[in-house]
Design a protein around this ligand. Structure first.
Ligand code: TYD
Ligand code: MG
Length: 453
């Protein structure tokens, strides 16, 4: 009898090992190795032994003679910003992955999209592997989704779903979610790398063959550990990340990969009792409850391609016991520690016995280096109990020498601040604009503008 051989595949990074171990040597994750039985070697050898070159010559054509895929065949989601994120709507024949934490609103946004697409005369199928028909119906009622062109099926079989898509009976198919699917041929549990990538592959092939648009839902855990969506990212055409606070606040959808559009657009949503609504003027909403206390700074940031004003709050308290605590919500904690070090070294602030808390209002996450100056000024303002003028926004990157450096898209930031009635911007000195109060370094920024008690 041929001895069965198996490999151990890391569910986090996909690395393959001959022996099981508690920790993946490649990525360092614990408890991620799963056994996978290999195809008997004799079969593989047979195929390879037949000859070094077994393929045939490819028939290549001149690029000038190729017809582009029809640009008109896009389905509108009913959300104009979401359409922009997708590059102008959902392209027929494309496969997108919508990844996000459980409970963020993936099923909700897709049901709303289904409602809209079916209302415009297209045939839509919603396949759920996690919820029963009754549960999905409850959500559909709540969202006002009803149409005889909107169909529902409950299935966890990758084979059946791929077959259904291949038949071409639908223009748009939603698969909720990839982690629940499995193929009969593979013995691994649903959600493992081999199931996710093989199911994904089958579905993608079926979508291309029948020119059906498919959106696949993928769960990721808070730290993004689950492998499923990560392996799929290479296979699909569009990868959408759904991020934000699960319990209220703004949620953003952005494309991290898009074969048919740019990845600079974002759509900002808010969850209401009748589903998600687009937030058209996020800056205004974010600033509406502002109280000008010490530690509060308005920053002009860029989300994707659009400018946004957000409030950054800092709280500085004396440390009662042990090491000082530093906590940040919506901002990178390592970057915060770095900025605190710069503040201590380059200005006269003493922070070594202070707890420091940073909060970005509205559940936003700042990935913008221009937040540095605003964070530093918020900390200084809270530590000294001094306020910045209410009508001033702040942006700029801070270097280790305490110098304030230029950032991308200053014009758009300034335009947004002007639009919302701000009078000035504390910003890098390289920007030539009357609106800007230019600053060269952190110290002069604090000395010149942090004056009011
Ligand atoms: P859901 O879309 O099921 O999240 P996911 O599919 O990403 O796991 O729902 C997200 C949350 O939104 C859920 O906890 C309930 C809430 N919700 C509303 O507040 N209003 C609504 O109209 C709907 C449909 C859901
Ligand atoms: Mg769901």
């Amino acid at each position: 009898m041929v001895k069965q051989r198996s490999r151990y595949i890391c569910q986090n990074c996909g690395a393959s090992f001959a022996k099981w171990a508690g920790r993946c040597e490649n990525c360092g994750e614990w408890n991620t190795l799963l056994e996978q039985v290999l195809q008997p070697e004799s079969e593989v050898k047979g195929a390879l032994a037949r000859g070094a070159v077994s393929g045939k010559n490819l028939e290549a054509v001149s690029i000038d003679t190729i017809e582009p895929s029809d640009a008109g065949s896009r389905l509108s989601t009913g959300f104009s910003d979401f359409d922009n994120v997708l590059g102008g709507g959902i392209l027929l024949g494309s496969v997108s992955l919508l990844a996000g934490q459980p409970g963020i609103g993936k099923s909700t946004i897709l049901m709303q999209t289904c409602a809209r697409v079916s209302a415009t005369g297209h045939r839509v199928l919603y396949i759920s592997g996690e919820e029963s028909a009754g549960q999905v119906k409850m959500r559909a009622v709540r969202l006002g989704a009803s149409s005889d062109r909107l169909h529902f099926a409950s299935s966890a079989s990758g084979n059946d779903i791929a077959k259904t898509i291949e038949e071409g009976g639908y223009d748009l198919v939603i698969v909720d979610s990839i982690q629940t699917l499995s193929l009969a041929e593979i013995s691994a549990a649903p959600g493992t790398v081999s199931q996710v990538s093989n199911c994904g592959n089958l579905i993608i092939r079926a979508a291309k063959a029948s020119n059906t648009a498919v959106i696949i839902v993928g769960h990721v855990t808070k730290d993004g550990t689950l492998a499923g969506p990560k392996v799929l990212e290479h296979l699909v055409d569009v990868v959408l990340n759904f991020e934000g606070d699960r319990y209220g606040g703004f949620k953003t959808v952005r494309a991290v990969k898009n074969r048919f559009g740019s990845t600079t657009e974002v759509a900002i949503f808010e969850m209401a009792d009748k589903g998600l609504t687009e937030v058209k003027n996020p800056s205004e909403a974010l600033l509406s409850e502002r109280q000008n206390t010490d530690g509060s700074i308005i920053m002009a940031t860029i989300e994707g391609a659009r400018p946004l004003l957000v409030e950054i709050q800092a709280l500085v308290n004396s440390t009662n016991f042990g090491y000082p605590k530093r906590t940040a919500s919506g901002f990178d904690i390592n970057r915060l520690n770095l900025l605190i070090a710069v503040l201590e070294r380059r200005t006269k602030l003493k922070l070594q016995d202070k707890d420091i808390f940073i909060n970005v209002v509205g559940g936003m996450r700042l990935n913008d280096s221009a937040a540095d100056l605003a964070i530093c000024m918020a900390i200084a303002s809270a530590a000294a109990g001094r306020k910045l003028d209410e009508k001033i926004v702040v942006f700029g990157e801070v270097g280790l020498g305490g110098e304030v450096r230029s950032v991308i898209a200053p014009d758009r930031r300034i335009a947004e601040a002007k639009k919302l009635g701000f009078k000035n911007a504390i910003a890098p000195a390289t920007i030539k604009d009357k609106f800007v109060l230019p600053v060269k370094d952190l110290r002069s920024a604090l000395v010149s503008y942090m004056n009011k008690k």
